[in-house]
Ligand binder design. Structure first.
Ligand SMILES: Nc1nc2c(c(=O)[nH]1)N[C@H]1C(S)=C(S)[C@@H](COP(=O)(O)OP(=O)(O)OC[C@H]3O[C@@H](n4cnc5c(=O)[nH]c(N)nc54)[C@H](O)[C@@H]3O)O[C@H]1N2
Ligand SMILES: Nc1nc2c(c(=O)[nH]1)N[C@H]1C(S)=C(S)[C@@H](COP(=O)(O)OP(=O)(O)OC[C@H]3O[C@@H](n4cnc5c(=O)[nH]c(N)nc54)[C@H](O)[C@@H]3O)O[C@H]1N2
Ligand code: SF4
Ligand SMILES: [Mo]
Length: 676
């Protein structure tokens, strides 16, 4: 018997005034009324009006089975968890059991982290109450306070900093701890935008170089075929890519396995013998970190010297390959071939040259170059580890150029490299929860927030500031939601800690999390957040994915935890922005809104929220029977379907990069540059 979920009532009154004494952590009484599984009475939980009606199946022993999205946090997967609930507890977690397990629509199966989620959900260290700092900043001494005091303090600080310095002194830092719409950084961003804005940032910790560099070659970030196409490939290079350990979209490793079953040879180039190297590859090639562009250049040397390059494709679809193909006015500049054969710098990029740099034997370099140059079609898939370093653009450009000169662009089984968002629509939206427009137009590169604390007022376009000639302010208030960026996830954590400990710099820090993280230790105010099992949410795919997974609320927020949305709504009330912020919606209403947003945009046939539970077990998927291939039209007729590059073609030499005038660090053709 499967039951569906009737509407939950809107919260009564101000959400932050409710549930102060709530102590219903794990033990909630379950009442089954009229066949509907619901936790009705919630004995001992004062202040809790709303029983949870579960969109699940009721089993004979009173266990309710509910499908939900894995809270994933900042994981590249989006998987289905099958939750077994008894007396209000999650007693067991299994994974997707939908019958279809085809290439077109594979199950979204969880990894061991998702399956072990009970340990996080019921961990004794979960934050339970709002906390105020008592010791020195960073010392880790806190005392419990009421939500009333916490939100009053926070609202007063926001108003004080806005009035004293201006909105651009407020920072809601990068934070990717939750992508479920109603929990996560986006809830705070929406409120700050209504409040007059906060300092913006661009770029990401994930993809700083690959997202910037790819469009110089292809004029687009949508360079990836749909993954079902991988089975058409005959040779796959996993270059610094480790989908067996990091999830790059649920099922990426499954599609690689399928390709291998179909006869593809798979090699893995990684300094570490990763799980991907051992479980997915036929061969592991260890490389010295940071030297990938040397290997790529030597492979190009072999491929071009031996005539394995796709001359017709290069002639029709590329520019900058050699001196015959240079942009007008730049005929005498160094082309890609000039660099590879050392015409200008006197150093041919031979396998011998690369062996000394990369540590890879020259014979191996020659062999993999011949394989990649002659086995068709072939994929060179690049991961993100190697671009998260100095000159990280170079291996990105180098991979794209190798794919282009071997003619692997725009064909089934090929792969253009680069960031490879999914053709033809670029894949999922991520966080459609509307944050609105930030009235503060100045933005900084995401990584420079410590600089904006120390000397924001001296920062201008030369240091990457956009949208303003200079910053008006140093950062004075940080509201950190679903983020561990302040300490753990940034570089040089001791330096960040010293900067944050100085109260004359940032004057107020609030951190909103489920645990006392290293970042939370540096907060003046710590706000306890419920998990994604305790609030309605919705997830769509990560980089790839044609799915939407509903995350029903299956448990009450324990102790005094609240959703990120409710915390922001409580603050909004104090800032006089309640109605603008909530639009009268609770979390579930926003999820209904999100489903309809999908219907109006990417997935016209997605059912409504109720029916998603009824018919689809909480998951919507769009099977892929004929995988899209990026750049197919362009390849067939480059004049009719030009790329969005200055030349309309694939740019092995970038005029735009040339005009930057920084050839030593950002050359117009990909080069190996020695890191410091
Ligand atoms: N399980 C899990 N999956 C995740 C995430 C998670 O938290 N957990 N996070 C998601 C997010 S936000 C992101 S951005 C991605 C990150 O995805 P990636 O950055 O691609 O993942 P990493 O495993 O850090 O790096 C991939 C591989 O690059 C190798 N590598 C490092 N330096 C070099 C180098 O100089 N050259 C070469 N050739 N290889 C190198 C590493 O040894 C590693 O095996 O993962 C996503 N997926
Ligand atoms: N040392 C190190 N640093 C890194 C990386 C690395 O691999 N190693 N990877 C880099 C990359 S690619 C990225 S994308 C970033 C990721 O760094 P962040 O964006 O900081 O993401 P996470 O560390 O996954 O999660 C941040 C916090 O969110 C909390 N959280 C989880 N769910 C919720 C929720 O529903 N609400 C709230 N309020 N909090 C929640 C978690 O407990 C966690 O403390 O890190 C970057 N920095
Ligand atoms: S891979 Fe899937 S199950 Fe594992 S943490 Fe990510 S979303 Fe959850
Ligand atoms: Mo990331």
């Amino acid at each position: 018997m499967r039951e569906h979920l009737p509407d939950l009532p809107l919260p009564e009154g101000d959400p932050d005034k409710k549930g102060i004494d709530r102590r219903c952590f794990m033990k909630m009484g379950a009442v089954f009324a009229g066949g509907i599984a619901s936790f009705g009475s919630l004995l001992g939980c004062s202040g809790s009006q709303q029983g949870i009606r579960l969109p699940g199946m009721l089993e004979k022993d009173g266990t309710v089975v509910v499908r939900a999205g894995c809270p994933a946090h900042n994981c590249g997967g989006r998987c289905v968890l099958k939750l077994f609930l008894k007396d209000g507890d999650i007693v067991r977690i299994e994974t997707d059991d939908r019958p279809e397990d085809t290439l077109a629509d594979p199950q979204l199966r969880a990894c061991i982290r998702g399956r072990a989620y009970r340990r996080r959900q019921y961990h004794p260290d979960r934050l339970k109450y709002p906390l105020k700092r008592t010791g020195k900043r960073g010392e880790g001494k806190f005392e419990r306070i009421s939500w009333e005091e916490a939100l009053d303090t926070m609202a007063a600080e926001l108003i004080r900093v806005k009035n004293t310095y201006g909105n651009s002194a407020i920072l809601v830092p990068y934070g990717t701890g939750s992508y479920s719409q109603t929990n996560g950084r986006q809830t705070a961003a929406r409120l700050m935008n209504l409040f007059g804005g906060s300092l913006g940032f661009y770029n990401s910790y994930s993809w700083a170089c690959i997202s910037r560099a790819t469009p110089y070659v292809y004029g687009s970030s949508v360079t990836g075929n749909q993954r079902q196409d991988w089975v058409n490939s005959k040779y796959i290079i996993m270059w610094g890519w480790n989908p067996a350990e990091m999830r790059d979209g649920t099922n990426s490793e499954y599609f690689i396995k399928k390709a291998r079953e179909n006869g593809a040879r798979v090699i893995c180039i990684d300094p570490r013998m990763s799980m991907s190297a051992s479980a997915l590859a036929d061969e592991w090639i260890p490389i010295r970190p940071g030297t990938d562009t040397a290997l790529m250049s030597a492979m190009a040397h072999v491929i071009i010297s031996e005539g394995l390059h796709d001359k017709d494709f290069i002639r029709r679809c590329c520019i900058g390959f050699d001196s015959s193909q240079m942009p007008a006015g730049l005929e005498n500049e160094e082309s890609y071939s000039d660099y590879i054969f050392g015409t200008r710098d006197g150093q041919a990029k031979t396998p011998e040259w690369a062996e000394a740099i990369t540590g890879i034997p020259r014979n191996t370099i020659v062999r993999i170059a011949r394989e990649y140059g002659s086995i068709k079609p072939a994929m060179l898939y690049q991961g993100y580890g190697m671009q998260r370093r100095a000159y990280g653009e170079q291996p990105v450009l180098g991979g794209c150029v190798l794919a282009a000169i071997t003619g692997n662009v725009g064909i089934p089984g090929g792969w253009a490299s680069g960031i490879a968002l999914q053709a033809d629509d670029g894949g999922p939206f991520w966080n459609i929860f509307p944050t609105g427009r930030n009235p503060v137009r100045a933005t900084i590169p995401v990584f420079l927030w410590t600089e904006a604390i120390l000397r924001g007022k001296q920062m201008g376009p030369a240091e990457g500031v956009r949208g303003a000639e200079k910053l008006d302010n140093n950062v004075k208030l940080i509201w950190c939601v679903a983020s561990n960026i302040l300490i753990n996830q940034h570089a040089d954590t001791n330096r960040s800690a010293r900067i944050l400990a100085d109260e004359s710099l940032v004057e107020f820090i609030a951190v909103q999390d489920q645990f006392m993280t290293p970042s939370a230790r540096y907060a003046d105010l710590v706000l306890p957040v419920c998990t994604q099992f305790e609030v309605w949410g919705l997830e769509d795919g990560w980089k790839y994915g044609d799915e939407v997974i509903i995350m029903p609320k299956v448990a009450e927020p324990p102790y005094e935890t609240k959703s990120d949305y409710q915390i922001a709504a409580g603050l909004a009330g104090r800032l006089g922005l309640k109605n603008e912020y909530t639009l009268g919606r609770n979390e579930r209403d926003w999820i209904e809104w999100a489903v309809s947003y999908y219907r109006n945009t990417r997935f016209p046939d997605i059912p409504d929220l109720e029916s998603l539970h009824e018919m689809n077990r909480g998951v919507y998927t769009r099977p892929v029977h004929q995988p899209k291939v990026a750049f197919r039209d362009f390849r067939s007729d480059p004049a009719k379907h030009p790329l969005n590059t200055p030349s309309g073609k694939i740019e092995l030499f970038s005029k735009t990069l040339f005009e930057l005038g920084q050839p030593e660090t950002i050359p117009p053709v990909p080069k190996y540059i020695q890191e410091w």
